[in-house]
Design a protein around this ligand. Structure first.
Ligand SMILES: NC(=O)c1ccc[n+]([C@@H]2O[C@H](COP(=O)([O-])OP(=O)(O)OC[C@H]3O[C@@H](n4cnc5c(N)ncnc54)[C@H](O)[C@@H]3O)[C@@H](O)[C@H]2O)c1
Length: 382
């Protein structure tokens, strides 16, 4: 069990506080935010201590700080946490650019501190069963495949969607981490990327909240198409878009030399995983409802157009696994090298779309170890 402080008390905070009910080693004791009022409210709600950002950084009772500020602040806040001598676990992305991400990794190594990063969804039942099927050679070597994240944009449900349409944000930085991390878990590190980016509109309309009916400016590309080659020679095509009203494609399909697999939503933890061995043959559903991090635990719809009504959401397992790794002096799965490689893919996609050239990735990473039910059960509350 480790004492944890939180910096950033916005939307996602609730999900992390809920993780204390699932995992046996997470103990939040204080929270802070650049906006003290928001942090005070959060402290009241969860019966923990309110502190300013400066105070929480020097709180001697805190071993780890969870950084769930906005992406543009991840670097600055994680750097302060590491300089204060505390381990950090940060939401995705690692930082807004690759060089900053590299600096965080050097700092964590220099200070002998753990740097963990979301997403942790690849530790879920759906992703791990997909991995078992591939690693057990049930569908042969993965040759090709595709993935899609496409919806009408954050303005559909969010009252303040502007930040998704500014430089340093956008669809790939926001949703790419789930897909690229899922793919690295299944296929290992990537090698190069070709990408095209599109901005179809200069202005978009608020669809929710008090500004509904008004328009805001769009600064960045809102749709991207990619070809991503992996070191194992798999070639995967991707599409991430905020310009699609609706679609019926699968999140991820991978085509192996002796069968195909449909991998479930990498933004969530559940299943099913679906496979088929040959043309015209039946598609077989593999449920993950009996897996500790696959079972459906959310039955109220979030209201988001990109989410299924019933979900498995065990966010926080990455933090719990990092705590266990600190205590047992071993490498954690949601580690900095993995997050930096994902950030490299994201930034290289954007560079490639500008230069219209294939971009070789600067980084690599070790494929995270598979996560079996025995290990997971050590972290779960009874
Ligand atoms: N909301 C979601 O469903 C969701 C899901 C997955 C991941 N995430 C990730 O979680 C992170 C937070 O998302 P959110 O939706 O909670 O955002 P949010 O805007 O609701 O909350 C962020 C909070 O961080 C605070 N903050 C900003 N800069 C700060 C700084 N320099 N120092 C201290 N506090 C600062 C803000 O005041 C705000 O209260 C993002 O990185 C996002 O990518 C969010």
């Amino acid at each position: 069990m480790k004492n944890i402080g939180v910096i950033g008390c916005g939307n996602i905070a609730e999900t992390y506080f809920r993780a204390q009910n699932y995992f046996n080693n997470i103990n939040f004791i204080a929270c802070a935010d650049i906006n003290n009022e928001v942090a005070k409210k959060c402290a009241d709600e969860y019966k923990i201590k309110f502190q300013t950002v400066d105070e929480i950084l020097v709180n001697p009772d805190i071993d780890i700080i969870l950084n769930i500020t906005i992406p543009q602040a991840h670097f600055e806040v994680s750097k302060k946490i590491l300089e204060a001598g505390k381990h950090v676990y940060c939401e995705k992305p690692l930082s807004a650019n690759y060089e900053q991400g590299k600096e965080l990794i050097s700092l964590s190594k220099k200070n002998n501190l753990y740097l963990g990063n979301a997403p942790d969804t690849f530790l879920g039942g759906g992703a791990q069963l997909s991995r078992d099927i591939i690693d057990n050679n049930e569908i042969g070597n993965i040759l090709t495949g595709n993935f899609i994240f496409a919806f009408p944009g954050a303005e559909d449900f969010h009252p303040n969607p502007e930040s998704w349409y500014r430089e340093g944000s956008g669809p790939v930085l926001d949703m790419g981490p789930y897909f690229f991390t899922a793919m690295i878990n299944l296929l290992g590190p990537a090698k190069n990327i070709r990408s095209r980016g599109f901005r179809f509109f200069d202005k978009r309309e608020y669809k929710a909240g008090p500004k509904k009916g008004n328009f805001f400016d769009v600064e960045n590309n809102t749709s991207y198409m990619f070809d991503l080659e992996f070191e194992n020679r798999s070639m995967i095509q991707g599409f991430i878009s905020f310009d699609v009203q609706n679609h019926k494609r699968n999140h991820i399909e991978l085509y192996g030399s002796s069968g195909s697999i449909i991998v479930p939503d990498p933004n969530m933890f559940g299943g099913p995983v679906i496979t088929s061995k040959e043309l015209g043959s039946e598609w077989i559903n593999h449920s993950v409802e009996d897996k500790p991090l696959g079972k459906t635990n959310i039955i109220n719809h979030s209201g988001r157009s990109n989410e299924e009504p019933k979900q498995s959401n065990y966010r926080g397992i990455g933090l719990s696994e990092m705590i266990y790794s600190i205590e047992n002096k071993r490498e954690h799965r949601c580690n900095g090298e993995l997050a930096l490689h994902v950030l490299d893919i994201i930034e290289s996609a954007m560079i490639s779309s500008k230069t219209k050239q294939e971009v070789n990735l600067r980084s690599t990473c070790t494929r995270p170890r598979s996560f079996d039910d025995q290990e997971i059960k050590k972290l779960l509350k009874n």
